[in-house]
Design a protein around this ligand. Sequence first.
Ligand SMILES: C[S@@+](CC[C@H](N)C(=O)[O-])C[C@H]1O[C@@H](n2cnc3c(N)ncnc32)[C@H](O)[C@@H]1O
Length: 339
Amino acid sequence: MGPRYTDAVTSPPPLGADLRRGPLRAGDRVQLTDPKGRHNTIELASGKTFHTYRGTFAHDDLIGRPDATVITTTGGVDYLAMRPLLADWVLAMPRGAAVVYPKDAAQIVAMADIYPGARVIEAGAGSGGLTMSLLRAIGTHGSLHSVERRADFAAIARANVEAFFGGPHPAWRLDVGDLADVVARETDDAGPHPIADRMVLDMLAPWENLDAAAGALEPGGVLIAYVATVTQLSRLAEAVRDDGRFTEPAAWESMVRGWHLEGLAVRPDHRMIAHTGFLLATRRMAPGVPPPARRRRPAPGAYSDVPWAPEDLGERVPSNRKIRKVRAAIVHEDAGETS
Ligand SMILES: C[S@@+](CC[C@H](N)C(=O)[O-])C[C@H]1O[C@@H](n2cnc3c(N)ncnc32)[C@H](O)[C@@H]1O
């Protein structure tokens, strides 16, 4: 087991709001946009120079200037200089694991109903991308317990989150370990009391943690999982149904297509991030209360040995009577045409 990343926080630290106001300062991250819309993110440091094949500029020429300013290189090229928004920050920050894209983080916050004051458990923390959106949503009166099984990724997540908020966030705890072990420890300590209002899973095998989710969540609490592939989605959906402690799962994906806006050439961009992942959400039933029976028969898991039937894939199988009728009509027409 790697080091634990649970720190005692003694005084309320800055949450980053002040970092995003006022003139640009040494230590600020600044996003530079060139005339073709390409981005570069730099950390301002007195005495440093930004180099590009289009010339250079001194960081000191930006320090003290207002946010959203234009700086011109020695080669005469204008760069727009702005403090990055959270969405920009996440896409530009150093990564260990792949981050949840901002469009999906927004869906998670809205559809899992992450509210100020909520007690949220998240795994895996990865690079800390989603963590920042969750912390923003719960505010300082909620709690976010992030769990990451890899110590090296946890260290990256911590560095990213603390750089974004300008220090430790008082509502955040990050543990290195396996989610199921960490949650089992906490639920044991809490006795019969649920410890979480929401649980957010971004990991390879979320179905392995349904027991942990059921043990941790309040009745009515939301479990949301982000998975990259259809096979994971299918396996998770069937595991949620089989478990019997959750409501019927809902699944969806979101696609965001940018638009090109130039004079009369207003059209969708030619390129887009076409696939990131799928979201699946479900809610914890009250203890001992099974979810209402589904009207449709659940498909056998794609991973069982039961042979697949068309109904399992949602196909409507026509009755023999209907097939006889159609066949008779076709045979009759063919006979009519050839005679
Ligand atoms: C795709 S990454 C998460 C990225 C993160 N949401 C972000 O936006 O930066 C998935 C992470 O889950 C971690 N992981 C997988 N299974 C886990 C488990 N059972 N408990 C804790 N962490 C786990 C992996 O080590 C990996 O870092």
